[in-house]
Write a protein that binds this ligand. Structure first.
Ligand SMILES: C[S@@+](CC[C@H](N)C(=O)[O-])C[C@H]1O[C@@H](n2cnc3c(N)ncnc32)[C@H](O)[C@@H]1O
Length: 258
């Protein structure tokens, strides 16, 4: 992996946008692997950080750290290392809304997650960072297989969600991901993509108009539904029924008059 200038350790705007689209502010995130980016998350969410390296424990004062050292996941020869499952199971909260997979560090590997997926809730989305790397991409693919769900792949991260994602959310996430991509140096991209330049013209404005069109449609539907609900309430309301009851003789009379 080539690291030029910019650090790719912390989560970027694309990943942050994905998290924002998948879960509302104030919800609870379980993060595998902590760092600078944890500070961004704690501004908007309640965060539990599972971290193996003592050096990074407590780095973000607003996160709830679970120090889970790396251990071999089985007794087999060359078994991969992963966080100590008993430590996680004892300290992870029962309720949380999203899992961010961003650790252990790339060098240590993340395949241990596959053997231990059952310790996490299955009804929450997973955001898997760094899936531009083959190892992380492989882990994400197998997770999608194990969970029987589609894998949404953006250029450097992926999502597995319990519900199908609405197009508007996908477009918002893609826009943020492309903004990050535009700021990357060619040297960095060349280390992951055989052809670093896309073959189509990147059109963020088109994405913007798709987003605002879908947003408007969603608002229209919401306001139509709200008006329908109001009408139903009025229909059912006591005063309307009372009014109908009181005017019943008059309405009958008017029929006879006709
Ligand atoms: C990709 S980092 C996790 C980054 C974190 N989610 C964030 O957004 O900042 C994976 C692991 O590398 C270590 N780490 C975090 N930030 C680092 C940095 N800036 N340089 C080197 N190692 C880092 C920590 O042990 C962490 O668990």
């Amino acid at each position: 992996m080539v690291e030029l200038g910019k650090s790719h350790f912390p989560i970027d705007l694309g990943v942050l946008t994905a998290i924002r689209q998948l879960t509302p502010q104030g919800s609870t995130i379980v993060e595998l692997g902590s760092g600078n980016g944890t500070n961004r998350l704690t501004k908007e969410f309640k965060v539990y950080s599972i971290e193996d390296d003592k050096k990074w424990i407590g780095y973000c004062e607003d996160s709830n750290y679970i120090h889970a050292p790396l251990v071999e996941i089985s007794e087999e020869k060359d078994s991969p290392l992963w966080y100590d499952v008993e430590t996680i199971s004892a300290q992870i909260p029962e309720d949380y809304d999203l899992v961010l997979v961003d650790g252990p560090s790339g060098k240590k590997g993340r395949s241990g997650l596959l053997a231990n997926l059952e310790i996490f809730r299955k009804d929450v989305p997973f955001v898997i960072d760094d899936t531009l790397r083959e190892h992380e991409c492989h882990v994400a693919r197998e997770m999608a297989y194990l969970l029987d769900r589609p894998l949404y792949v953006f250029w450097n991260f992926s999502i597995i969600a319990p519900d199908f994602l609405p197009v508007e959310k996908i477009a918002r996430i893609q826009k943020a991901a492309l903004q990050v991509l535009e700021s990357e140096e060619d040297g960095y991209l060349k280390s992951y993509f055989s052809i670093p330049k896309p073959i189509v013209e990147r059109d963020l404005e088109q994405l913007d108009s798709i987003i605002s069109e879908l947003n408007q449609k969603r608002l229209d539907v919401a306001s139509l539904e709200a008006s329908q609900r109001k009408l139903e309430l009025i229909e059912k309301s006591f005063s309307l029924r009372l009014g109908r009851f009181l005017t019943y003789p008059l309405r009958i009379l008017s029929i006879f008059k006709k």
